[in-house]
Design a binder for this molecule. Structure first.
Ligand SMILES: *Cc1c(COP(=O)(O)O)cnc(C)c1O
Length: 382
């Protein structure tokens, strides 16, 4: 049926009706009291989501722009950088640091595994780094990294901890202050329930000391330029006004649900999705211990292309799953359950997956995955 689409990819994700309404309101000027009051409101709510008292800036950039902002302001040519790489986005963070002249040490982990904190400890004791890069939720594999443990180690050194929380923040708890995250980056179109176009970053006092002395060129990506405007709750250049209005509305939804409930909901959806995949005889990319609450990576059955399954799901049932990235292309697919996602979205995803698998020739009984998911969603099984 025309117009019926079920978006199950890790960004852009579905946008709630009240947010769609908010972003389609008439335009207003950004050098106004109205905008300043809204920006202040947004930052106060983001401080709850980030669990921080640090400065927070909303930038008219995508997630990668936020990552570049973090790098451009902290990495000067010749600086030693430790990049913790668990997949595609970890690689991107490392690449960015290299482009800004950083001498990057990449600590790489198997795709589907998480950062081994012991190895980080060894690296940190043998070297002196200026910046450490980590990915909270590695979207390409559906892996959650232990930012708390990494933060504890980095805090004992002069290094800054920069965290890419683009797909996790808003769906997975992060405690910026308690976990010693110096710069946290997230973006609008993943768990934050907005269209693409905004990045949000927090900056610790420890980071400001480095930023002020940094020698890399920066203009659009300048954090000091943002700081110069935040006292009057404004931005150095024209902000994406409509998206800010939408962010205000999206954060309101989160505040009303309560962040603990938001995180519990994501965990439940992930658990149901994983139970369904297992019941269907599919192999999961990540172990339970470090599985992402917001996106689930699943290998396609032996001898069956992941993209063929995805094509059937899209063409026949209007359900969009994400493909495998990098070395997982064609071998795995991903089901997102982040942001504006609830229990029945998992049922739709698994229902479509079963039918697509059946059509592609996977031997299984229809309803097997659905039953497993339903049991988790009803609290009946673990
Ligand atoms: C999506 C994503 C990005 C990139 O964000 P863009 O908005 O596409 O620039 C970076 N890191 C992670 C972990 C992501 O999931």
């Amino acid at each position: 049926m025309q117009g019926k689409n079920y978006l199950m990819i890790p960004g852009p994700t579905a946008v709630p009706p009240s947010v769609l309404e908010a972003i389609s309101r008439p335009m207003f000027g950004h050098r106004t009291e109205e905008f300043a009051a809204m920006y202040k409101r947004i930052v106060e709510k983001l401080q709850v989501v980030f669990q921080t008292k640090n400065d927070i800036f909303v930038l008219t950039q995508t997630g990668t722009g936020g990552m570049e902002t973090a790098i451009a302001n902290t990495v000067s040519p010749g600086d030693k950088v430790l990049a913790l790489v668990t997949g595609n986005f970890g690689e991107r963070f490392a690449k960015l640091a290299r482009i800004y002249g950083g001498e990057v040490d990449e600590l790489k982990f198997e795709w589907g595994s998480c950062v081994d904190v012991k190895q980080v400890e060894e690296k940190l004791s043998a070297n002196r780094y200026k910046v450490v890069l980590a990915t909270q939720n590695e979207t390409s594999t559906g892996v959650l990294n232990d930012i708390e443990a990494i933060g504890k180690l980095v805090a004992k050194t002069p290094a800054l901890l920069l965290v890419d929380g683009v797909s996790g923040v808003g769906g997975i708890e992060i405690k910026v202050d308690q976990w010693n995250v110096d710069i946290l980056v997230t973006a609008s179109q993943k768990a934050m329930m907005l269209p693409p176009g905004l990045a949000m970053v927090s900056v610790s006092p420890k980071a400001w000391a480095v930023i002020d002395k940094n020698t890399s060129p920066r203009f659009y990506f300048s954090l000091p330029a943002c700081k110069g405007k935040i006292d009057s709750w404004n931005t150095p250049y024209t902000p994406g006004v409509s998206l800010y209005v939408g962010l205000d509305a999206a954060l309101e939804i989160m505040m009303n649900e309560g962040m603990d409930n938001v995180y519990a909901r994501h965990k439940l959806l992930a658990e149901a999705t994983r139970a369904a995949a297992r019941a269907l005889g599919l192999k999961l990319l990540a172990e339970d211990a470090w599985a992402s609450p917001v996106v689930t990576g699943i290998y396609s059955p032996e001898g069956m292309g992941a993209d063929d399954i995805r094509k059937i799901a899209k063409k026949e049932f209007a359900v969009t799953f994400a493909g495998g990235q990098g070395k997982l292309k064609g071998k795995a697919f991903r089901i997102a359950h982040m942001g504006f996602a609830d229990r029945m979205d998992v049922i739709i995803a698994i229902g479509a997956l079963e039918m697509a698998l059946k059509k592609a020739g996977h031997a299984m009984e229809l309803g097997t995955g659905l039953k497993a998911a339903q049991e988790v969603l009803m609290g009946g099984s673990k």
